[in-house]
Design a protein around this ligand. Structure first.
Ligand code: ADP
Ligand code: MG
Length: 495
């Protein structure tokens, strides 16, 4: 760090942030409406709320969104402190249940959606107080000054006063969503309502553990049901034992969700979750306390592939590892510390393999059942003058297809196949296999599989047209190279 600085001997100069431009830059943190509302609800939960009411009524540019809670509330001094940007130091320890971190969320989340927001709060046995950040006013006076204002103030003050304690956050002038809209435009209204629908779905997911433990979140007076990514209690669910790392602070637990054949169509749809897709929901689920931060992401460690659809891995963080896990202000990103990546990867691999087994199970059963069907390899061994050679199987269905569509090219194709067969680099393969430096991959490993799926579908159609029933056609495909490596894809064959 170099020399110790004797600050008292050094000249100093105050360089205060400019209020207006600081606030404007807060607007660019990248919240969506969903993540912004969730960040406000985090505060309600940290304040011990048992009920939270989200409300809105479409009024074009005059639409107000309110988030009311029955938590411990704040007196006037606490409210003013809460409204300060950086109201708490991120380096200060937090109580274990606190979902906050930077002392910014209330301000940054609110301003990400609105140019003006008011917070009304009432502590036990107190009066409701209110303060508002209005970016137009801040810009005008160029100071960090709030105003005591709220549209329709009496209505909202009495809503808070009806509770023994609580807080209401009101976003008005929601320019991001309602600017230049008119109240009676059906299109704008529908657009707004779609966003609100997304908010609901998001809340049902990120707060599912709280909802399961009794928290009530109502949106326009309708209770939000939780969405459980792990489908606990559903038949066919496989759970791996939980293990701990990072000084036993962090836990990880794998889940292999039930195969489609074990679920009713309704339950299968439930599993598709807010993103409406099993594939989009595979991956890690990172929780900070009970709050879900990351919902189905391989965190850059693996690729999303359809055959891992049943794999979901839960990671639970306490709230004092934020820095190591690089939790961002919006609480939508988490990154594992470098030194635990190998550990996490090896656990996840294990769960992924198990999920793959389950996913493939049906296809494998079918393959076994019809294994007396002739196996159709793409390559065959032949002996010529006492020596080994490898030839492409002319009875492989893809080759038959190729020839039957070939017309006058037949001779050329035959020539090229022969050249390939005669120059298979067997000595090189043997040498490498013995050196065993890199394991050789299985067919189509790491490649796009659309070719496999497409040709599989085509073969299926050819087999069906030739009079085979569904099961035989599938069994035959599963006994044909390279489809035998990917039994899961028979799920996608269309009649
Ligand atoms: N709904 C609420 N009820 C009670 N206190 C609140 C509420 N919202 C915010 N606060 C107070 O305001 C502070 C600042 O909130 P915020 O800007 O979200 O930062 P953080 O959550 O990181 O502390 C909180 O630490 C809390 O003390
Ligand atoms: Mg907060």
């Amino acid at each position: 760090m170099g020399d110790q600085i004797e600050y008292k001997n050094v000249e100093t100069k105050i360089a205060e942030p400019d209020a207006s431009s600081t606030f404007e830059s807060y607007r660019a943190i990248g919240y969506s409406m969903e993540t912004a509302v969730a960040d406000i609800i985090d505060n309600s939960i940290s304040a011990n709320a048992s009920s939270i009411w989200v409300d809105y009524e479409w009024k074009g540019p005059n639409t107000i969104l309110s988030i009311l809670d029955d938590g411990v509330g704040m007196n006037n001094d606490e409210l003013v402190q809460a409204m300060r940007p950086g109201s708490k130091n991120p380096l200060d320890p937090r109580s274990a249940e606190d979902l906050g971190r930077f002392g910014l969320g209330l301000k940054t989340a609110s301003l990400s959606q609105s140019r003006k927001f008011t917070v009304i709060s009432k502590a036990h046995n107190g009066q409701p107080n209110m303060w508002c950040w209005d970016l137009d006013y801040v810009n005008k006076v160029e100071t960090w000054s709030m105003i005591k204002y709220c549209p329709d103030a009496n209505k909202w003050l009495s809503k808070v006063d009806d509770l023994s304690a609580g807080t209401c956050v009101l976003w008005w002038d929601m320019d991001r969503l309602t600017k230049d809209t008119v109240e009676d435009s059906q299109e704008s209204k529908d657009n707004f309502l779609t966003v609100m629908e997304d908010v609901k779905i998001h809340l049902s997911m990120v707060f599912h553990k709280f909802i399961e433990d009794g928290l009530t979140i109502k949106v326009r007076n309708r209770k939000i049901e939780s969405w459980d990514p792990f489908m606990l209690g559903y038949g066919g669910l496989q759970t791996k034992p939980e293990s701990k790392f990072q000084n036993k602070k962090v836990s990880i637990k794998g889940f292999v969700l039930p195969h489609r054949s074990k679920l009713s169509p309704e339950d299968y749809n439930y599993g598709k979750g807010p993103k409406d897709s099993w594939t989009a929901h595979q991956g890690f689920y990172v929780y900070r306390k009970k709050r879900l931060l990351v919902a189905g992401d391989w965190l850059g460690l693996f690729k999303r592939e359809v055959h891992y659809d049943l794999c979901r891995v839960q990671i639970n963080l306490p709230n004092d590892v934020d820095e190591e896990w690089q939790i961002d202000i919006k609480k939508s990103i988490a990154r594992p510390p470098a030194k635990y990546i190998d550990h996490i990867t090896s656990i996840a691999k294990d769960v992924r393999n198990q999920a793959l087994e389950v996913y493939r199970h049906k296809g494998k059963v079918l393959r076994r059942k019809l294994s007396k069907e002739q196996f159709l390899p793409l390559w065959e061994e032949r002996i010529r003058h006492g020596k080994r050679f490898y030839k492409i199987n002319r009875f492989h269905p893809l080759i038959i297809e190729l020839y039957s569509n070939a017309k006058e090219n037949k001779g050329d194709i035959e020539k090229v196949l022969q050249f390939i067969e005669e120059t298979v680099p067997i000595p090189l393969i043997t040498l490498k296999e013995n050196e065993n430096e890199q394991p050789h991959g299985q067919p189509f490993e790491g490649l796009d599989h659309s070719n496999i799926k497409e040709t599989m579908q085509k073969l299926y159609e050819v087999f069906r047209e030739s009079g085979m029933n569904d099961e035989r056609a599938k069994g035959r495909i599963l006994n044909t190279e390279p489809y035998n490596y990917y039994p899961e894809y028979i799920e996608f064959l269309k009649n």
